[in-house]
Write a protein that binds this ligand. Sequence first.
Ligand code: AMP
Length: 500
Amino acid sequence: MMPSTAEDLHRKTFFYNLLVPVMNKYVDGLDEGKAMYLLFVKPETKTPSGLMARPVLTSYYKSNNFKNRPFNRFNVYTSPDETILCSDSKQSMYCQLLCGLVQRQEVLRVGAVFASAFLRAIKFLEHNWKELCSNIRTGHVSDWITDPGCRKVVSLVLNKPKPELADLIEHECNSKSWEGIIKKLWPRTKYIEVIVTGSMAQYVSTLEYYSGGLPLVSTMYASSECYFGINFKPLSKPWDVSYTLIPNMAYFEFLPVKKKNEDGAQYVQCNGVCKENCMEKETEKEDVETVELVDVKLGQYYELVVTTFTGLYRYRVGDILMVTGFHNKAPQFRFVHRRNVVLSVDTDKTSEEDLLKAVTKAKVIVESLGILLIEYTSYADTSSIPGHYVLFWEITSKGNNHLPVLDHKIMEQCCSTVEESLDSVYRRCRRKDNSIGPLEIRVVQHGTFDALMDFCVSQGSSVNQYKTPRCIKSGEAINILDSRVVARFFSQKAPFWEPV
Ligand code: AMP
């Protein structure tokens, strides 16, 4: 949990206000229509001392800074505030999409905070377009929308029956392929505003499929601790995006990140499989001094350290950044990766340690049945929406080297045990937000992890120092594992979660 103050809301407002002129510099006419931004609030709780605790964006959307924002014709949303502030995420999503569809001719840009949330909205549309069209046709919102605020504002937006509009949307949604559906449903859209850097880069190709070639715009780099930087070239390609740190958002310092090879040479490039781990371990070992914002060097990697107005002192955010250039004298950074995170589908951030703990608990179940887990690794499968965690397990019967007979129920229990053991953000995404699908265990045949090692070595890993990567990013490595899968199991129930 991060400390927050009322005063900091103003700093965030200042930051959001900076985004508007940046976009206007590159895209004309944004005052001639609206933005369909799908924004959501999440559950909140209280600390034992009675302080409110909630996700940073929920805090902002519920503040007067957001609710009583002055009218800005460059920043008009299709979603009425009541639909954004609705605590029932399904009703919120439905109503925001309904309002976005009704106002489709006015929409100039679409988006959500993260790419994963936007794709979830497209999936939701795929499942609900018939009902949405029926509401547009009749001018009446569905009965299951019971939130009084939502009902009231959506009825105003719907206004009257619009059968032609419903026909048009139905026609587009009915087509076999949804390629370019965004452009078809919202024909005046100039770009999609979603963060597609960092762990969200995995969604770029799916977004491109649905977008029909629209630019993907990552406007900002921010966190619960502090809002950091702005993308001053918003139309650059996802892999070219750099953020300029806004110097008055916090006091920024940088821990140089270097890895030395056995021969003493610096090493920052990955071998395609385990880049994150290589870079991170070295920083922790070295007693390095921080570098000031004005002293960072082009091409160097750093870990971000912040001292914030709200009470964090020299706090290691955990993000590794690379200096790519300067905006006037302010350095610009590419987001490289988050230290210690091996798996992420939505806002979840699972570390190697979290994964090990969770797998260890599940391992106990199979061990009691005389089965050994010899090796495991994982990856975030985002080829379907929502994405889900996949674990590859190589297992054997105790006493012989044979693949044991696998009991479906037991293996499913292993999947659930792993999920129950992961952290609260994972469990919230999985249970409440439905932004992560059921965890899957893929059992692989004997020798699969030897084949993975051969592959890693062929890609430059040292044989002596080889360690099984606990997360796989390389498509080739995933293919090696996938081609040897003998059985698949999915978690059958969402893990326990409550807002504590
Ligand atoms: P949270 O505090 O849970 O909102 O997560 C903040 C973290 O999300 C940051 O420290 C980054 O690791 C990641 N993040 C936020 N914005 C971006 C961005 N534009 N690109 C890449 N990663 C980001």
